[in-house]
Ligand binder design. Sequence first.
Ligand SMILES: [Zn+2]
Length: 322
Amino acid sequence: MSPVQTVRGPVDDPGATLMHEHIFGLSPEILWNWPDIPEGWDLEERAREAAGKLNELKAAGIDTIVDLTVIGLGRYVPAVQRVAEQTDVHIVAATGLYTYDAVPPYFGNRGPGTLFGGPDRLAEFFVRDITDGIGRTGVRAGMLKCATGRPGITPGVERVMRAVAEAHRATGVPITTHSESATRNGLDQQKLLAAEGVDLDRVVIGHAGDSTDLAYLEELIANGSYLGMDRFGIEFTSLPDRVATVAALCERGHAGRMVLSHDSYCFNDRFDPDVVRRRHPNYHLLHISRDVLPALRARGVTEEQIHQMLVDNPRRILGGGS
Ligand SMILES: [Zn+2]
């Protein structure tokens, strides 16, 4: 396997890995214009706080997180670097674009078929993040991300997905998606990515774990992808349902095709932390270690299967395939 790119440089073995998390979710335009918002943003303070959370995670047995904060979610890697300097947890940065609908205005008026035309910069930017590094940080992205929400594959989403596929073909970096399980659109994502020449073995269908529909999940697996069972703690699918789904898929022999995570943020200016804590008390980085793994064991999931989902599968995905 090839080394995994992290915020502090390449590592040979990522160890136990949460494949879909976020360090910071930021709204730069809001922060520029209304810096006194109650959520507040102080880089040093928030970095210290995030590193504290990651150090607790390390003590709970997790070695690496993949930070899937891409363009559209307020990615700011210099702040993530400050976190990485204060923790032993490896952080993998990502590139790609998060939209459910149109591309951001910067891209919307340039590129083939747009008002002003010219080359499409999306794939060029993604490749640059992977090969040269993000911004001026030198941090190289280790994962590509695209999203499909309830509206499905809109023209904007399609453009992002094709650019992500192009960057994947150029670099070999794996792809993860944000999918909408309620509309089973992970299947549409697979179809488009496969048509773009992507080996589906290099794709994680994110948020698949929101679904309890085993037929849908087994279809995604049969098509060759990994499933992101990656929103433990977000209560629109309950813990017992999420656990029962993972246990059932393990029983059917699919532990080699699932990865685990929370989709949590150390700090996100788009949430009111008190409201989130009240409504989703388990939506935090330690939920899997503290609550989910014991619940899976109680449902008959073996240590070997847990090791596959937390260690072997992430290593295979991040390290460049089988
Ligand atoms: Zn996410």
